[in-house]
Ligand binder design. Sequence first.
Ligand SMILES: Cc1cc2nc3c(=O)[nH]c(=O)nc-3n(C[C@H](O)[C@H](O)[C@H](O)COP(=O)(O)OP(=O)(O)OC[C@H]3O[C@@H](n4cnc5c(N)ncnc54)[C@H](O)[C@@H]3O)c2cc1C
Length: 327
Amino acid sequence: MNPVNNTQHPLPGSVMIAQEVPLADKNWFRTGGTARFFAAPTSAAEFSQAVAWASGHNIPLFVMGEGANILISDDGFQGLVIQPVLTGLSHTLLNAHEALVSAQAGVRMHDLIEYCLTHQLLGLEEFSGIPGTVGGSVYINLHYFEFLLAQFLVEAQVIEKKTGQIMTVDKAWFQFDYDYSTLHHHEYYLIGATFLLQRATALETAYAQGRRTEIIRHRKSRYPTARTCGSFFRNFFPSEVFLETQGKKVIWVAYYLDKVGVKGNLRHGNATVSYQHANMIVAEPGATSTDIITVARTMQTLVFEQFGIIPQPECQLIGFDQYPLLK
Ligand SMILES: Cc1cc2nc3c(=O)[nH]c(=O)nc-3n(C[C@H](O)[C@H](O)[C@H](O)COP(=O)(O)OP(=O)(O)OC[C@H]3O[C@@H](n4cnc5c(N)ncnc54)[C@H](O)[C@@H]3O)c2cc1C
């Protein structure tokens, strides 16, 4: 890291770089230390400047959304955290059946879905009740049952980390897969994305609104909704597992975690495995990220001892000097 002086840093174009900013109030676990530097750009130009500032000073960079799928080390992050506050939303009607909706990276999925339903545009309501921003959701290729966000994305704007250059890219550029996109290499950051949605009548929209309400009700009754990152571990790839049922590989990580009896039972400090879902860790008041890591490692160990496979995190681990889980 190159030296930087010890004051706040207003960059040309006015994005402010603050120092020692707490991150616990910016993520869903509500744990973790501070960001050495922190910026909340409100335009693509400011976002690009903040990225260039980190690159220019050789400072590690982490771009976050709503913090719904991250675990931040208790030691914090010794670099620049950028939380883009880019909230633009617009749409264009293409023909009688289709429309394009553009949303910037900082728009919450909740607000994007509400916007779409208000304008009688359907598709994204399948992701109702899932926290996170457009940036984090494109990053992970948001999924719920058979629906993937990639099914709807047609185009996006990204910033290249190395140059700060803003580029328009198409869906193929992202190389989307389960829990995967090109953004995983942290060489590009999302500024905004455009989704192709279906136009609907008022009646069809009312049905979609009802479906949204039902999905949210269902999720609330089945999963914890606070101080968690959702599923901590990703499902296995078929090549990773041995167990089969009816000729099909058992890839569901929650199946294995259920079998080893962690649900509602395993605890360390103030972190515990949810009594509702074997793959969800919940941070109770007073929990630390270290508590959560200890629970997660124990989950990995128990599955390995019984099944010979090691669950791998879907949750992004931020600011850990050494990788704290089993590989
Ligand atoms: C209660 C609960 C339920 C959940 N249920 C589901 C579910 O059903 N399906 C599902 O898929 N996920 C689920 N999740 C996980 C989470 O909602 C998603 O991963 C979401 O997309 C995270 O978005 P975020 O903005 O909070 O990203 P963050 O958690 O802030 O970041 C996650 C990753 O995205 C990257 N990122 C964020 N913004 C950008 C950007 N602009 N450019 C490049 N990279 C970026 C970050 O660098 C990080 O690597 C759940 C989480 C919770 C807490």
